[in-house]
Design a binder for this molecule. Structure first.
Ligand SMILES: *Cc1c(COP(=O)(O)O)cnc(C)c1O
Length: 373
């Protein structure tokens, strides 16, 4: 008898397409035989982690023979202080991705549903589909709206019903950079019945304008609200994988049941604590990203490339024609950006804001790539 894993595969996994990450620098350089490439494809912090993180990692490396603290006591204490909540409200994850998967595992079944918007973060469909739950995808706002391709709260709410267990929104959203204002976000939370959880993914909250709505402040008002945060972006720890959820303690208790033991490793725990202590590094990184975004947008206007409003450390550009050939030409120039055809945006590229020098190099590569037919 021949071996055929396709007949063994769990039905929900049958239709699953794997997440496509940004191209790693080493892979590009191996494939194209080039050097000195830059990656502006995964919204990482171009300045990396705080120097204090490196010191903490060296100290923590002495203990890697031991299992980590499976409850992450010290990191939860520090986060509880930061957010003015109890440690019982916090669920740590191996990246916030891990927390999103825990939410799906803990609350979804093939009989239930999850709602998110068109152009929402790619991890939501993967996490939902793997459980066999039905994904209800709300059409996004049109390209000519004030928030082009943004989330439509009305459309999302119209898909919420008695079978809905999870509603996912990233604010700001990736890959669009678009966001919901306070009124819309509060309306979404208020009008979602308490038979579903609203998950507000705040991976990019540090980069947003002053006055941007921070749902983590509303946790005591809404027991069905879950807010996720990450150390992968402004804190510069993408390689270590640490994120967390803030929620009602009763929700955290449920997540803890599906959480893998020791899901956050000891180096990540130590690094996250050190990173939290260096808020100056976060501020500097955020200021540079915001200035860089303004510069990149100005230059995009100058070269006549359309782009979406962004509250993140990245911008979604509309090439006005298929973006893959442009992406490939930029690769040959040693600049990795992110094609988003998988999101149903074949003409767009998502570009992370880098250092000044990286931004200039990216813009030159983009302008050159666009100058070719
Ligand atoms: C990058 C990102 C995350 C963070 O993922 P981690 O697993 O914490 O690295 C979460 N949500 C969105 C929308 C993101 O873009």
């Amino acid at each position: 008898m021949t071996f055929d894993p396709a007949v063994l595969i769990a039905p929900p996994v049958r239709e699953l397409a794997p997440y496509v990450p940004g191209k790693p620098i080493e892979e590009l350089e191996r494939e194209y035989g080039i050097r000195d490439s830059i990656k502006l494809a995964s919204n990482e912090n171009p300045f990396g982690a705080s120097p204090r993180v490196r010191e903490a990692l060296i100290r923590a490396s002495a203990e890697i023979g031991l299992y980590p603290d499976g409850n992450g006591f010290a990191l939860k204490q520090a986060l509880a202080e930061k957010h003015g909540c109890s440690p019982e409200s916090i669920t740590l994850g191996n990246g916030s991705n891990d927390v999103l998967v825990m939410l799906a595992e803990a609350f979804l079944t093939p009989q239930t549903e999850a709602v998110y918007s068109e152009y929402a973060f790619a991890v939501y469909p993967i996490a939902v589909q793997a459980t066999g739950a039905k994904a209800q995808v709300a059409p996004a706002l049109g390209p000519d709206q004030t928030m082009p391709l943004g989330h439509d709260v009305e459309a999302i709410l119209s898909l919420v019903n008695q079978r809905t267990r999870l509603v996912f929104v990233a604010n700001p959203n990736n890959p669009t950079g678009t966001s919901l204002d306070e009124t819309s976000l509060r309306r979404l939370i208020t009008e979602t019945p308490r038979t579903a959880l609203v998950v507000v993914d705040e991976a990019y909250i540090e980069y947003t304008d002053p006055g941007f709505p921070d749902a983590s402040r509303w946790l005591s008002e809404f027991p069905h609200l879950v807010v996720t945060r990450t150390f992968s972006k402004a804190y510069g720890l993408a390689g270590l994988r640490v994120g967390y959820a803030l929620s009602h303690p009763s929700v955290a208790e449920v997540l803890n049941r599906v959480r893998q033991p020791f899901n956050v490793n000891s180096l990540a725990l130590a690094a996250a604590r050190a990173a939290l202590e260096d808020q100056e590094h976060v501020r500097r990184s955020v200021t540079a990203a915001r200035e860089g975004l303004r510069y990149v947008k100005r230059e995009l206007d100058r070269i006549g490339v359309r782009h979406l409003p962004s509250q993140g450390n990245f911008v979604l550009v509309d090439c006005g024609r298929p973006a893959l050939p442009i992406y490939e030409r930029m690769l040959r120039a040693g600049v990795i950006v992110r094609p988003v055809g998988g999101y149903g945006l074949p003409n767009h590229l998502r570009i992370t804001i880098g250092t000044e020098e990286q931004n200039q190099r990216m813009l030159a590569a983009l302008e050159h790539a666009l100058s070719q037919p």
